[in-house]
Design a protein around this ligand. Sequence first.
Ligand code: UTP
Length: 549
Amino acid sequence: MLSSAHAGRRNAQLQVSCLEQEARARLNEYAMTTEVRERMNRCVHALEEVVTSLGPNWRVSPFGSAANGFGTKFSDLDATCYELPEEGKEPEQQQPAAEVLSERLAPLLRKHKSFDIAQEVLHARVPILKLCFEGKLEVDLSCHNTLPLQNTKLLKAYSTLDDRVKELVILVKLWAKDRGVCGASRSHLSSYALTLMAIYFMQVHPKISLPMLPPQAFKDDSHVDVGAKVEAARSSWSCNLSLGQFVLRFFNFYSLEFSWGSEVVSVRLPNRLDASENHLVKLKGRNFRRLHVEDPVDETRNLNCVLGDAQEIELQRALAETYSRLQAKEPVSLGTPLEETQYAGADLASSPGRTVTIKVFEHLLQSCPEEADLPPAIMEAAHRHEAENLINIRQHSLSEASTAASCASSTDEEHGAAQGEGENSPRNAHFRRGNGKEKLRRGSGAEGSPDGYVVAEAARTSPILQMLQQKPDPEITPEFTGQMAGLQLLQMIRHEQPTAEPEHGPIPAQPPAQRATRRTKMTNSIMAKVMQSCEAQNHKSDVEEKVWQ
Ligand code: UTP
């Protein structure tokens, strides 16, 4: 007979191997493809052509996940252009970034056959042009923004230390996106901050002890032989934990070990330090009891500056929940699976349309938090996260919305490919016809409008709407704009009759009047959101007329 200690060990091994399976499945699904990589390379070359026409000293460099090794096939491309100072000359006063972008680059990009300008975000801390390349790749082009080039080199070096380093970082970002706890524009931590959290964990965990790479070695003017440093770190480090064990320990660390509120996530310092320590005097906001994440190349920058109070609690809760599920040996999702899964409930399994509908309700759940107003069957299914996956549900933020709309075809085409659909499948044919350019011209939200949310919803839900209408391969009609998609959603909700039963018993029957009230309340709430968005675009009367018909 097995001793209880032995049985416990076996159980833990089993748990880790399930986790490893989930991790591998997500990594395979999201892995960068040659096609996407080549598109990114073409895009950088095209940008180089445009940028060098400003003058011989102008350059463009990619940064972020497309360049640091922690990207997926859904990564966007961040790039910045800058002018090198002429040799022997004092650098001249730079023209402000926003002016270069809007007055010099935008006109050139507008003429370029492969670029669309989705949005000009000129008043942000870092002004950017949001572009769409070849109707498929989202691009954020900034100017004079060279600091990220240094952190990109640093992160790239970490990503090459070991496959598990790269894999854990990607999984943490996928997990956070799936849980809705990532995205600076919605007051969550940026992907960049989450990347640093994952690296910090690996550095300070006693059973991992990933070597620290000195950020200053990655500065342009550094004389350190970076290649040798990285090689030395790689060959000196050994760790026999599996990826599954890394994942488990990551959630354990941030749930139980990390001193939330005082400890600083700093990948630049060799030890775990409290925010009050001298080494961290420059860190802004260090006296507040918040999650602190230090930018390794700018010691003053605390990456918690974008994190809202509620969002911080959400993050902490999501980490703890995931860890407690892992402890209870319950399955966890480390990212939104892309391939279609069957819903466990009998009614839903037999009806793809219904599965899709539940996905739509999940969107609504996010945009309309009055949970009580949603039909219980939908709540049940939405909470169990088992009706995912007919679309790529990347979380597009408000500021990303226009690019998202114009690039919607790409992510869905990729998704089609991920599901084993060939180039010529009806689904892909549909996206080929409705390329980003076409949508951009038609889409009313393309000028950086506040109705971005609705436009993003349109981008995300278009395949849903088609399926619901049982038109597998429709032409994109001129009505396919943000507002119209919003209206179609509303109409759909009005006609939806949730009939599915939750797994553990039938839904208690509701009097029809109560059901109607729930639906009306929900519809009105969503309606108000759509109206609000459309109002900002002066389309109110137009929309009102259509909605209330
Ligand atoms: P993101 O947060 O978008 O990271 O910042 P990412 O890894 O590219 O995100 P995904 O994978 O697409 O979701 C992009 C880059 O911008 C710089 C960093 O170089 C980061 O890698 N950055 C971002 C900063 O320098 N500071 C910040 O506060 C945020």
